[in-house]
Unconditional design. Structure first.
Ligand SMILES: C/C=C/C(=O)SCCNC(=O)CCNC(=O)[C@H](O)C(C)(C)COP(=O)(O)OP(=O)(O)OC[C@H]1O[C@@H](n2cnc3c(N)ncnc32)[C@H](O)[C@@H]1OP(=O)(O)O
Length: 254
């Protein structure tokens, strides 16, 4: 756990909260590690029946910290993408067996949107927006999103998001079927806790078996995460990506 991530257990539910509002909850390496660890440790804990992921009020997450991407793209050390903390979090999500509820209030960008396709129930506020601007950054999709997004919303809508970088509103996301319910801003976490209580009151073994039947085998997802991760690692070092990262930090100057 870090100062940018709060993990608390209450009513048989583990709540994992991103808390880096000054940077729109952009993921640092510690945040990836902390979230991954909190999910992994819930797996064999019989006291935890459900997991909630939230960014608190006003923002879910702006995705990977772009400063970290810029450092990674220009570094001399050649760490394979599969060993990155982001990929480890994606593995944790892919192999997780407990119901995950996401509470999205505000922007959900990049991995902030792709992680939702590993969740079981998604609540969004009316001000939530969803985007996967990988191509705009010279990158390619991650998190098995090239598999899960077209499967969930159809090829054309996935193309608009993943290739054209189109943003979706909360209502559009509900219509595209990856958001269950849209609530008022500031209420996503409280509503997520109600959903968690509802799930926790159900017979635990039957929930686990049914959830497993609904999901793709984790090996299929891991394979796609690895394929994407390999390409993503190559793209991180591309001229297109480095130019886009630098442009983000130059955008407010003169
Ligand atoms: C494996 C995973 C891959 C991915 O996740 S790829 C996706 C990467 N993420 C992005 O491309 C999003 C980049 N951020 C933005 O587009 C915008 O920001 C927002 C729409 C999120 C918010 O815009 P606004 O409301 O105008 O706020 P602001 O002044 O741009 O941001 C407030 C502070 O937050 C920092 N910040 C925002 N997003 C990131 C990020 N992703 N990485 C690092 N810093 C970020 C800014 O720089 C700034 O900071 P300062 O106040 O010091 O200037």
């Amino acid at each position: 756990m870090t100062g940018h991530l709060i993990v608390s257990d209450e009513d048989a539910t583990r709540v994992i909260k991103l808390r880096r509002p000054e940077k729109k909850n952009a993921f640092t390496q510690d945040m990836y590690r902390g979230m991954s660890d909190a999910i992994d440790k819930a797996q064999n804990n019989p006291d935890i029946r459900c997991i909630i992921i939230t960014g608190g009020s006003g923002v879910f997450t702006a995705g990977n910290d772009l400063e970290d991407f810029l450092k990674e793209s220009t570094s001399d050390t050649d760490t394979p993408r599969g060993a990155s903390n982001a990929v480890k979090l994606l593995y944790s999500l892919a192999h997780n067996v407990k119901p995950i509820i996401a509470a999205v209030d505000g922007v959900a960008i990049g991995i902030g949107t792709t992680m939702l396709f590993h969740c079981d129930y998604v609540l969004a506020s009316t001000t939530a927006t969803f985007s996967t601007p990988f191509i705009n950054l010279g990158l390619v999709p991650e998190g098995a999103s090239s598999l899960l997004m077209p499967r969930s919303m159809g090829h054309q809508r996935a193309f608009a998001m993943l290739v054209m970088g189109r943003k979706m509103s909360a209502d559009e996301a509900r219509e595209a079927s990856f958001v269950n319910v849209v609530v008022a801003p500031g209420h996503t976490e409280a509503e997520a806790r109600k959903v968690a209580r509802e799930i926790c009151a159900l017979p635990a073994e039957a929930v686990a078996i049914t959830r497993k039947l609904l999901k793709l085998p984790p090996e299929d997802m891991t394979r796609r995460i690895d394929q994407e991760g390999h390409l993503f690692g190559e793209r991180l070092r591309s001229k297109e990506a480095v130019t886009a990262f630098k442009a983000f930090f130059e955008r407010k100057k003169g």
